[in-house]
Design a protein around this ligand. Structure first.
Ligand SMILES: NC(=O)c1ccc[n+]([C@@H]2O[C@H](COP(=O)([O-])OP(=O)(O)OC[C@H]3O[C@@H](n4cnc5c(N)ncnc54)[C@H](OP(=O)(O)O)[C@@H]3O)[C@@H](O)[C@H]2O)c1
Length: 349
């Protein structure tokens, strides 16, 4: 297993981060433990979860993913070997998260409450990385990010206020490092500015979608990662499974994410997506690779990426996905990908 320096810290993270968001919905606790044992057995030390998980979000299942991880760490007695990342919800109107309000916000009362609940479920007294899952201010998020529409945000919790709360939690020893998710270059630089000028915690990572169908991270954030030492943690490196090619030609395999939760995968069903996937699949096969292998190695081979957050619902997927990181990335693959990217730039932003 290869390791990266995490941001500007003394933490080393495996180049593979194990994603967890299917555990508690598509995967049982036993399957989660099997994935955890396998991945950590191969050297993975980095696990990404969230108070929100599993997905799709549901009141009845919320928190299960963190519970499974907490139970596993307790049983294995390995908390100190794991770099544990979780997340607090940004602004949303999901009423079941907080007993005292229907709207989740990134303010003191809510972050403090959310972290306490996560720590209980995770059966630990600290998290290594606490991420803001998405911002408090309204922005064009998830599958709405083609183009920019300004949305007034007069009552958004200011970034410095949120960072101030996190600062207290760092001082209390409940959080080691702070990160962003689903964020923009503007907010990342603003947070770094607050860290420098006000002594607030330095944002060490940005976790955004990044894959062959969505390379928007390269528009601005990749430079921030390089110049400021902010770790890039790409999520959905397979576009939620789209980059396996299994949905080509309108196929809908039984038990797959798209078959189970159609709307949740809209992001990867846009114009040109299938054509791009077919072209990448042909390229991978020309080079004796599966599309999954090429897609994962593409992400891993970007020089601004710190650790790729993978996801799997079966052990066969997890094995194939982890093995992809052992492959070499060649100049021929780079050129082939560039040609397809020119033709189909970011079909699934
Ligand atoms: N910060 C955020 O907003 C955010 C958003 C999304 C994800 N994440 C994080 O990133 C992690 C990974 O995201 P993701 O699950 O979307 O990643 P992904 O790699 O794009 O998709 C993983 C899904 O693709 C399918 N798959 C995986 N390997 C496959 C293979 N070899 N062949 C065929 N199908 C395969 C599986 O779904 P099926 O078997 O159901 O088809 C699997 O659950 C999450 O667990 C979470 O920790 C964060």
């Amino acid at each position: 297993m290869q390791f990266s320096q995490f941001g500007i810290t003394d933490i080393k993270v495996s180049r593979i981060c194990l994603g967890t968001m299917t555990w508690g919905e598509q995967n049982t606790e036993q399957e989660a433990w099997e994935q955890l044992d396998y991945a950590t057995g191969k050297g993975v030390n980095f696990i990404d979860t969230a108070e929100l998980y599993p997905v799709p979000r549901r009141e009845e299942t919320q928190g299960r993913t963190e519970e499974y991880i907490g139970n596993w760490m307790e049983a294995r007695g390995n908390r100190d070997k794991i770099v544990l990342a979780t997340k607090v919800m940004g602004r949303s109107d999901m009423p079941w998260f907080r007993p005292f309000t229907d709207i989740t916000r990134l303010n003191r009362e809510q972050i403090t409450y959310a972290l306490e609940q996560s720590l209980k479920r995770l059966k630990t007294d600290y998290v290594d990385l606490y991420q803001l899952h998405w911002p408090d201010r309204p922005i064009n998020l998830f599958d709405q990010s083609r183009g920019y529409k300004h949305i007034e945000d007069d009552d958004a919790v200011p970034l410095e206020e949120t960072l101030g709360v996190l600062d207290d939690l760092v001082r209390e020893g409940k959080i080691r490092e702070v990160g962003l998710s689903n964020e923009t270059p503007w907010a990342t630089m603003k947070c770094l500015h607050h860290a420098e000028t006000r002594g607030l915690p330095r944002v060490q990572s940005v976790q955004n979608a990044y894959n062959l169908l969505n390379r928007l991270y390269e528009h601005g954030l990749a430079e921030v990662s390089h110049r400021e030492g902010v770790a890039c943690l790409p999520y959905s490196p397979l576009g939620g499974g789209t980059l396996s090619g299994k949905y080509l030609g309108g196929a809908l395999p039984e038990g797959s994410r798209r078959q189970l939760f159609g709307r949740f995968t809209d992001r990867y069903q846009k114009v040109n997506t299938d054509d791009a996937v077919a072209a990448y699949k042909a390229l991978a096969e020309e080079h004796g690779l599966s599309l999954v292998q090429m897609a994962l190695k593409f992400v891993d081979s970007r020089d601004f990426v710190t650790s790729t957050i993978i996801g799997a619902t079966t052990m066969a997927q997890l094995e194939e996905n982890m093995a992809a990181f052992e492959l070499a990335w060649t100049e021929e693959l780079e050129q082939g990908v560039s040609r397809i990217f020119e033709k189909y730039p970011n079909p699934a932003p």
